[in-house]
Design a binder for this molecule. Structure first.
Ligand SMILES: Cc1ncc(COP(=O)(O)O)c(C=O)c1O
Length: 332
């Protein structure tokens, strides 16, 4: 996969995140220097929620939708952000501006914070806000679209909604990580997890779609309500494509005529093989291609695009083989 390093080569201190910029306690720092307090329960207990927006060619995509989801989730975890919505927006913009990135992955995080000494009571912790902008991350980039992803259906159950609400974007990823290692062992590139009742739910950082009997099907329970998923649904409406949000049985996913996954980290990404078996002719399907093209076209639509730059921004080359790791000049 485009962004995956060779196994075993990760020396995290040496990872070059380029021009990334973070905001910690209202201070802007280069991403390589960003540090969080080790006693923050966001780190120690995964007691946190986050959201990831992206900037493409200098504009945020659906920024207000990401802010809506983030602020709702902060409230649902009974946290209080130390900044208001305008403050979050301003900090995200500033991280992007200071980074100079034209294509960026922009994360906002609210953690429970550090409790008073000796306390085990989450109500006593002062919640914290962190943010960063780093070069755009692809689950699978343009060079992989034609070939598509090889996905494994995991036997691992996604943490059930009765335990952790998956609509609150969270860092409970041990199930995904387990699924990923199983997938690699089977020669696959990524995984989708199941709900324990025979349905596919979601994968590490993405939602799932399958074409079944001429209808587009996407799960409606046990997963994050992805903003890219929502965009794909809106595109399906625009194209008068029939779609259903309902349970997606593993067998329907396996025998789909085509399938794709959706994520802020790469948009609409074709799935062409499931556990070694090709879907259709083993290439990106026509419906997936239409939705993918439209998804990227919408990045220029003022209904969705919010300029991240302002006149003080550092100029960044528009067509360079960008910090995104692929040319942003050709997304078709
Ligand atoms: C578990 C999970 N599901 C789905 C998604 C896709 O959501 P979005 O389209 O809002 O990026 C993500 C994004 O990171 C995720 O973490």
């Amino acid at each position: 996969m485009a962004t995956r390093r060779q196994p075993g080569s990760a020396d995290t201190d040496a990872v070059d995140w380029g021009r990334g910029m973070a905001c910690i306690d209202n201070q802007f720092v280069p991403i390589g220097e960003a540090r969080i307090p080790i006693l923050d329960w966001g780190f120690l207990h995964s007691d946190a929620t986050y959201d990831v927006a992206h900037v493409w060619r200098g504009a945020f995509f659906r920024l207000e939708d990401h802010l809506d989801r983030f602020l709702q989730n902060v409230e649902r975890l009974r946290m209080t952000l130390p900044v208001d919505r305008a403050g979050v927006r301003r900090i995200l913009m500033e991280c992007v501006r200071r980074s100079g990135l034209q294509n960026a992955y922009v994360e906002m995080i609210c953690t429970r914070g550090v409790p008073p000494r000796g306390s085990r009571d989450p109500r006593q912790a002062r919640n914290r806000f962190y943010a960063f902008a780093i070069p755009f991350i692809w689950i699978a980039g343009p060079d992989q679209w034609e070939q598509g992803l090889h996905v494994s259906v995991s036997s691992v159950i996604r943490i059930p909604p009765g335990a952790v609400d998956p609509t609150v974007k969270n860092y409970h990823w041990l199930d995904f990580v387990r699924g990923l290692f199983d997938a690699y062992a089977r020669g696959c590139e990524t995984t989708v997890l199941v709900d324990g009742r025979g349905n596919v739910v979601e994968g590490p950082g993405f939602n799932v779609f399958a074409m079944h009997e001429g209808r587009l099907v996407t799960p409606d329970q046990g997963m994050l309500r992805g903003i890219t998923r929502q965009t794909a649904i809106e595109i399906a409406d625009e194209f008068h494509l029939p779609w259903e949000a309902r349970a997606l049985p593993v067998e329907q996913f396996r025998h789909a005529s085509e399938a794709f996954v959706t994520s802020t980290a790469g948009g609409v990404i074709p799935v062409t093989r499931i556990d070694g078996r090709a879907l259709g002719d083993g290439r990106e399907g026509p419906v997936t291609r239409r939705i993918r093209h439209r998804y990227w076209d919408l990045h220029g639509d003022p209904r969705y695009a919010t300029p991240a730059a302002n006149p003080r921004s550092r100029p960044a080359p528009r067509k360079a083989v960008s910090e995104a790791g692929a040319s942003d000049g050709d997304l078709r």
